[in-house]
Design a protein around this ligand. Structure first.
Ligand code: 26Q
Length: 824
C-alpha cells in the first residue's frame, strides 16, 4: 500500500516513456537490451528529476508559509556524517512509485532487487551517528518540516572492509561513479572559506579591530541531494560541500612562477573532502579533520545567513526563524563562526550577536566515553583559524566571569567548564555554552549527562538539558526491508501505521492469535532463507535457516563487548566438544563489524571472530550445531538484509557506555528479541515490551560505577568460574592456528590500572544465564512468536518521526510548513 502523489510521473506510460528515452538518447540501448546497471541509471535520473520538480514547487510553498507565520522555523541539521545507504528503492517507496517501477522491471524479466543492488551505498558516515542523521532527514521531510542537512561530499566514504586471513584490510570506497546520479551541483552557491593567514588585533576608538592578510582561500562547492518523504509533496535537501582550490589562491603562486607550489595548493585544498575519517567514537586530532569541520561549518553558516537575508532582509529575527542543530560537537565551530559573520560582516555588537547565536544553536551529545570528547590543540586552532580563535578567547573570557559569579571561589570548577584550558579547545564545553538546549539520545544517557559529564553545567543551567530518545526510519527498516511483515501488518491493523507509527501498537492485540503467530514465524523463516542464500552466494557457505540466528552487528569497539559474545561462543564450542550428543537447537552467530583502521585491539578481535569461525565451521564434530558467520563489509544495504532475519539481537555493552544504540530498534521492529544490558535505549525497550519480552542481564550503570570504585579484579572472577576460565585459557592455544594470548592478557593483566576496563568477565555468568533462558523460550514456539509480536508492536515509540516531533516541540520550537495530509 503506497500513497500516491498526484503528478505525471505516476502515469506508467509516461514513466516508461521517459525511461526509454533516456535509454536510447543517453545510453544508446533499449528496454530489451538494457542491463540492470542501465536500468538503475535510467530510473534513478528520472526520479531525481521528479524530485527536482517537486522541490521547485515546494520552495514557493515553504517560503510563503515561513514569511506568513512566526510559528515555523527553518531547521538546519549539521553533521559530519550522513550514512544514507541506497536511495532508489526508498525514493520509489516514498513517491508511491515502487509498484509501477517494479512492474516495468518484471516485464523485462529483471529482478528488482538486482536492480536496487546496482546502487552503491552512500557510506558518508561511520555508524550510529551518521545513520541517525539519515533517518532524521526522512522523518523531517515526511512530516513536512522545512529542513536542510549540511555535510561534506566525501569523494571516498567509509572504507570497504575485506577479511584476509581473518584480518581486516581496508579498501577505498569509490562510491561516486554510481552515486553521482543523486547529486545536483549548485556551482552558483559556492562559498569561500579562509584558512591560516597573518592575523593582527588592534584597538581603534575603543573598539577591537583586526586585520587578516594572505589567508589560504578554499572554495566550498555544494552538491544537493533531494530528500523525499512518504505521502507528501515536500522535498528537503541534504547539501554536501566539496572542497575546491579557489582560482585566485592558485594564481598568486602561479604568477610568481612557482608552478609546483600552485599545484600543491590545489591538491591540498581538494584533499579536504577526499575521504571520511573512519573513526567511530574515537576522535582523531588530525589537522585535516579540523579543516574538514571548519570548511563544513563556515560554508554552511554563510549559506544560512544569506538565505535568511534573502527571505527577510534582516538578521534581527534570525533566531526566531532559524534553528541550527549541531550533531555532536564536530560542527561546534558554528558558534564562533556565526559570531564572526554577524560581527565582522554585518557590524553587529557582541551582546546582540551572542543573544541571537546562543538562541539559535542546539546540541546533541552522542557519547559519554571520556576519550571521545573532542579537544583540539589551541595552537593548531589559532594558526588555522586565527579570527575564530580570537572569538573563542572572548567566549571563554566572558564565560569565566559568569561562571565565577555562579561558583564563587571555585576556580577548579570554572577551569573544568571553560572552553580554553590546558592549551586545548574543548568542543563539548563550547557546544554547551553556545547552545540553548543540550540533549542526550536516550533517557539513561541524558541522565548521565546531567549527573556526570555536564554536571556543573546542569547545576548552573538546568533548563538547558533535555532528552530525545533516538528513533529509526521505520519505513525503510520495516516497510521496505521486510515487505512481507509490512503486508501482514496491513492485513491485521490496516496500513495507517505506515505514516502514524503509534498505530503499530494495535498489533499487540494479536499476541495470542495462533494464526498470526504462525505467519510471523513463517515470514521470519523466509527472511532467514533469503539471508542464508545471500551469505552462501557471497562467502560460499550458507547457514542453516532452521538454526537460531543470533546477531551482533555494529562497529567494533571494546565498550560494545563483542568479546563477551565471543567468550560465550567459545564456551558453547567447548561444551559441544565435551558432549558431542548434547541436545540443542543449532545456533548461528552472525557478526558484522568494522574497526577503525588504527584501532589494533579491535582488529585483533575481528581476527579472533574470523579464526574462531574458521575452526568451528570446519570441525565436523560441531558444525551442524554451531556456526559463526562474519559478514564482511557490514553496511546499510547489508543491514537491510540482516535486520529482517534476526531472531536474537545482541545489545551487550557495559551499562552506561552505549548512548542509545539504534540497531537494537531495527532488530526489535523486525521481531527480533533483545538480549542485553540495561544500557542506552535497551532500558526503554524493556519499558516498552515489559520484562517478559526481553532478556536482561548484567550490572546496571550504577553497579558499574560502584564496581569500578571498589576496584575490579578480573583474575578473581576468572579463577572462580571454571567455564569462563576454560574459555579464556583457550585463547592461548588460539583458533585456526593463531594464538590470541594478547587478548587473554588484556582480559586478565592490568594495563594502566585496570584489566579489561569494560569488564566482560564480570557479566559473563549472568549473560550465560540469560542465554539459557532465551534458548528455553525459543523452544516454546507460541511464546516466542508472541514475544516477537509484542516487540514489533511496541517498537512504535522508536520511530524517527516521534524523535523529530520531540526535537521540534522541545528544542527547535517549530512546526511543519506542510503537514502531511495522511498523518494525524
Ligand atoms: C571525532 C573527531 C575526529 C574523528 C572522528 C570523530 C568521531 C566520529 C564519529 C567521533 C564520534 C563518532 C561517532 C559517534 C557515534 O556514532 N555515536 C553513536 O551515536 C548513536 C546515535 O545517537 C548512538 O545510538 C550510539 O549509542 C552512539 O555510540
Amino acid at each position: 500500500m503506497e500513497k500516491k502523489a498526484a503528478n505525471k510521473y505516476n502515469d506508467p506510460s509516461y514513466f516508461r516513456g521517459q525511461v526509454e528515452t533516456y535509454l536510447t538518447n543517453i545510453l544508446h540501448t533499449d528496454l530489451k537490451n538494457a542491463t540492470p546497471a542501465n536500468m538503475y541509471q535510467a530510473i534513478a535520473q528520472l526520479i531525481n528529476r521528479e524530485l527536482g520538480e517537486m522541490r521547485l514547487a515546494y520552495n514557493d510553498k515553504r517560503k510563503s508559509v515561513q514569511k506568513s507565520t512566526d510559528k515555523t522555523k527553518k531547521v538546519y541539521y549539521i553533521c559530519m556524517e550522513f550514512l544514507m545507504g541506497q536511495s532508489l528503492k526508498n525514493n520509489l517507496y516514498n513517491l508511491g512509485q515502487q509498484a509501477m517501477a517494479e512492474d516495468l522491471l518484471r516485464e523485462i524479466h529483471m529482478d528488482p532487487q538486482v536492480l536496487y543492488d546496482q546502487e552503491p551505498d552512500a557510506g558518508l558516515g561511520n555508524g550510529g551517528l551518521g545513520r541517525l542523521a539519515a533517518c532524521f532527514m526522512d522523518a523531517l521531510t515526511t512530516q513536512g518540516y522545512d529542513a536542510t542537512g549540511y555535510s561534506l561530499c566525501y569523494e571516498y566514504g567509509l572504507f570497504r572492509q575485506k577479511i584476509v586471513d581473518g584480518w581486516q584490510v581496508e579498501f577505498p570506497d569509490n562510491w561516486l561513479p554510481g552515486g553521482r546520479v543523486w547529486l545536483n551541483p549548485r556551482e552558483e552557491d559556492t562559498f569561500e572559506v579562509n584558512f591560516y593567514g597573518d592575523y593582527h588585533e588592534y584597538w581603534e576608538n575603543g573598539q577591537l579591530k583586526y586585520t587578516l592578510t594572505d589567508p589560504q582561500t578554499v572554495e566550498a562547492v555544494p552538491y544537493d541531494l533531494f530528500i523525499s518523504g512518504s505521502g507528501t509533496t515536500a522535498v528537503n535537501k541534504l547539501r554536501l560541500w566539496s572542497a575546491r582550490s579557489s582560482g585566485s589562491f592558485d594564481m598568486n603562486a602561479f604568477n610568481s612562477g612557482d608552478f609546483t607550489k600552485a599545484a600543491q595548493r590545489t591538491n591540498s585544498a581538494e584533499m579536504i573532502t577526499k575521504v571520511l575519517y573512519p573513526a567511530d567514537n574515537i576522535p582523531e586530532g588530525k589537522e585535516l579533520r579540523l579543516k574538514q569541520q571548519y570548511l563544513m561549518v563556515s560554508a554552511s553558516c554563510q549559506n544560512i545567513v544569506r538565505d535568511q537575508l534573502h527571505l527577510y532582509g534582516t538578521l534581527d529575527n534570525f533566531h526566531k526563524k532559524t534553528a541550527i542543530h549541531i550533531n555532536d560537537t564536530h560542527p561546534a565551530l558554528v558558534v564562533p563562526e556565526l559570531m564572526r559573520i554577524f560581527m565582522d560582516d554585518y557590524g553587529m555588537g557582541w551582546e546582540k550577536a551572542w543573544e541571537i547565536v546562543s538562541n539559535t544553536v542546539s546540541y546533541t551529545n552522542h557519547t559519554v566515553l571520556a576519550e571521545a570528547l573532542e579537544k583540539w590543540n589551541s595552537s593548531l586552532v589559532q594558526s588555522m583559524m586565527p579570527r575564530i580563535y580570537g572569538i573563542l578567547q572572548e567566549i571563554d573570557r566572558r564565560f569565566r566571569i559568569q561562571a565565577f559569579s555562579r561558583f564563587p571561589g571555585d576556580s577548579g570548577k570554572v577551569d573544568y567548564m571553560a572552553v580554553l584550558q590546558d592549551r586545548e579547545v574543548r568542543m563539548a564545553n563550547l557546544s554547551v555554552i553556545g547552545s540553548h538546549k543540550v540533549n542526550g539520545v536516550s533517557k539513561l544517557h541524558s541522565q548521565i549527562l546531567k549527573d556526570d559529564v555536564f554536571h556543573d553545567f546542569y547545576l548552573a543551567t538546568p533548563e538547558k538539558f533535555t532528552n530525545v530518545t533516538n528513533g529509526i526510519a521505520y519505513r525503510r527498516w520495516l516497510c521496505q526491508a521486510n515487505p512481507e511483515l509490512a503486508s501482514l501488518l496491513d492485513d491485521c491493523i490496516g496500513s495507517a501505521y505506515r505514516l502514524d507509527s503509534s498505530q503499530l501498537k494495535l498489533f499487540a492485540a494479536y499476541r495470542s492469535d495462533v494464526g498470526v503467530q504462525e505467519e510471523v514465524e513463517k515470514i521470519k523463516r523466509n527472511n532467514k532463507v533469503r539471508l542464508s542464500n545471500f551469505i552462501g552466494q557471497q562467502w560460499g557457505s550458507a547457514p542453516d535457516p532452521d538454526s537460531i540466528f543470533i546477531v551482533q552487528a555494529k562497529r567494533l569497539h571494546e565498550y560494545k563487548r563483542q568479546l563477551l559474545n565471543v567468550l560465550r561462543i567459545i564456551s558453547r564450542y567447548q561444551a559441544i566438544k565435551a558432549d558431542p550428543n548434547i541436545d540443542m537447537r543449532p545456533e548461528t552467530y552472525i557478526f558484522g563489524a568494522k574497526a577503525a583502521p588504527s584501532y589494533y585491539h579491535a582488529k585483533f578481535i575481528i581476527q579472533l571472530i574470523n579464526k574462531l569461525a574458521d575452526e568451528i565451521n570446519s570441525d565436523p564434530a560441531v558444525s551442524d550445531k554451531l556456526r559463526v558467520v562474519f559478514l564482511e563489509n557490514y553496511s546499510v544495504s547489508i543491514a537491510e538484509k540482516l535486520m529482517p532475519a534476526t531472531e536474537v539481537s545482541e545489545q551487550i555493552s557495559l551499562a552506561g557506555k552505549e548512548a542509545s544504540g539504534t540497531g537494537n530498534m531495527k532488530m526489535m521492529i523486525n521481531g527480533g528479541i533483545t538480549i542485553g544490558t540495561l544500557d542506552g535505549a535497551n532500558v526503554e525497550i524493556r519499558e516498552a515490551v515489559g520484562p517478559d519480552n526481553i532478556f536482561i542481564f548484567g550490572m546496571t550503570a550504577d553497579e558499574v560505577r560502584d564496581c569500578l570504585h571498589r576496584g575490579y579484579d578480573s583474575s578473581k572472577i576468572y579463577s572462580s568460574d571454571p567455564v569462563l576460565k576454560a574459555a579464556v585459557d583457550s585463547l592461548d592455544r588460539g583458533f585456526g592456528g593463531v594464538s590470541f594470548s594478547n587478548i587473554k592478557e588484556y582480559l586478565l593483566k592490568p594495563t594502566y590500572s585496570i584489566a579489561d576496563p569494560y569488564m566482560c568477565l564480570m557479566d559473563f555468568k549472568d549473560y550465560c544465564r540469560a542465554h539459557d533462558e532465551l534458548a528455553a523460550a525459543y523452544e516454546d514456539r507460541q511464546r516466542w512468536n508472541s514475544m516477537s509480536i509484542e516487540n514489533i508492536a511496541y517498537a512504535d515509540r522508536f520511530s524517527a518521526d516521534r524523535s523529530i516531533r520531540n526535537y521540534a516541540d522541545m528544542i527547535w520550537d517549530t512546526r511543519p510548513v506542510l503537514p502531511n495530509p495522511s498523518m494525524k
